[in-house]
Design a protein around this ligand. Sequence first.
Ligand code: PHE
Length: 341
Amino acid sequence: MKEQLAKIRAEALSAFENVRDAAALDELRVRYLGKKGELTAVLKQMGRLSAEERPAMGQLANEVRAALENALDTASKKMEEAALSAKLKAETVDVTIPGRQVQVGRRHPMNTALDEMKEIFTGMGFTVLDGPEIELSELNFDRLNAGEGHPSRDWSDTFYFDTDERVMLRSQTSPMQVRAMDTLPLPIRMIAPGRVYRKDEVDATHSPMFHQVEGMVIDKGVTMADLKGTLATVAQRLYGPDTKTRFRPHHFPFTEPSCEMDVQCHKCGGAGCPTCKGEGWIELLGAGMIHPRVLEMAGIDPNEWSGWAFGFGLDRLAMLRYKIDDVRLIFENDVRFLEQF
Ligand code: PHE
C-alpha cells in the first residue's frame, strides 16, 4: 500500500506539473482526488490493515492527499495567471501606431449651387418647399393649363405609371406651384427644388433625370416688373453685380406672358466664346406671369391677386458655375471628379 501511495503521488505530481488546460486539469482532479479516484480507492483498502499499521498509513495517505491538493492548487493558479497574461497581451493597444487616415468628403457641386440659390431666395423672404417626384398628371399638366392633347403629355416624353396616364414621374417642378396654392395661405413666396424626369437619351447635355428649382410669388399688385427685377437681382448675386440679363418672349401653358431669361456670358462679356457657344448670352430660366386660369383653378381670384413664377435647371447652373462640360459627370459620382470641388 505504501508503494501504491508513493506511485500515485509521483504520477499525480508530475501530471499536475505538466497539465496544459483547464479541462485536462479538472480531469486530473477527478482521477486522483475524486470520490472514485485513485487515492480514495487505496484508502478504501485501509480496513484490511492491522491496527498497528493503520495510523502510520493513515498519516501517509493524508500527506499524499495534501501534496496532491497543493499541486492542484498551484496548477490552477498557474493556469489563471497564464490566461490573464495572454489576455493582456492580446488586448495591448500600441498608442504609437499612426491613426488610419479619414477620407473627408466634399459637397457635391450641385448641392453647393442649390445652397447658394436657397440662400439668395430665403434672404428675399421665400420659403423652401419639398414635394413628391411621383406626381399626379392632374397637377403636372391639367392644373397648369396643359390639358388633353398638349404635346408635353405624350408617352414619348413622360414616364407614366399607368395606362390611364394618371400617375407619373413629374416632368417639371411646376406642380409645386399648384401644391403651394392649394396648401399655403396668401401671399406666397416660395421656391421648390427637386428632381424631374423626362424620356431623354443620355448625352453631354441631357439626362432622363435632372434637377429644377421652381419659384413662385403671389401677392396683390404683382407685375412683370417684379419678375424682371427679382430675377435680374438673382443673376447678379450668382454672377456678379455687373451681370446683364435679357428677357425674350416664350410660351408656357401656365404663364401669360411667358419669357426666358438669358445672362450675358460672364466668360467673354457678350463677345461670343465656347462657354456661350458663340452666342454671347446663356439661357438661364423660363418664367412668366401666372396665367389667370391657373389661379382660378386653385380658387384664387385673378382680379384680386397676381403672381409670377420661374423654373430653371440646377444642373445647368452648376455646370456653368464650375465649368463642367458634361452633365453625366454630375450624376456618375466618380470621386476623381468630385474631389476637385
Ligand atoms: N416648368 C417650365 C419648364 O420646365 C419652366 C417654367 C417654370 C416656366 C415656371 C415658367 C414658369 O420648362
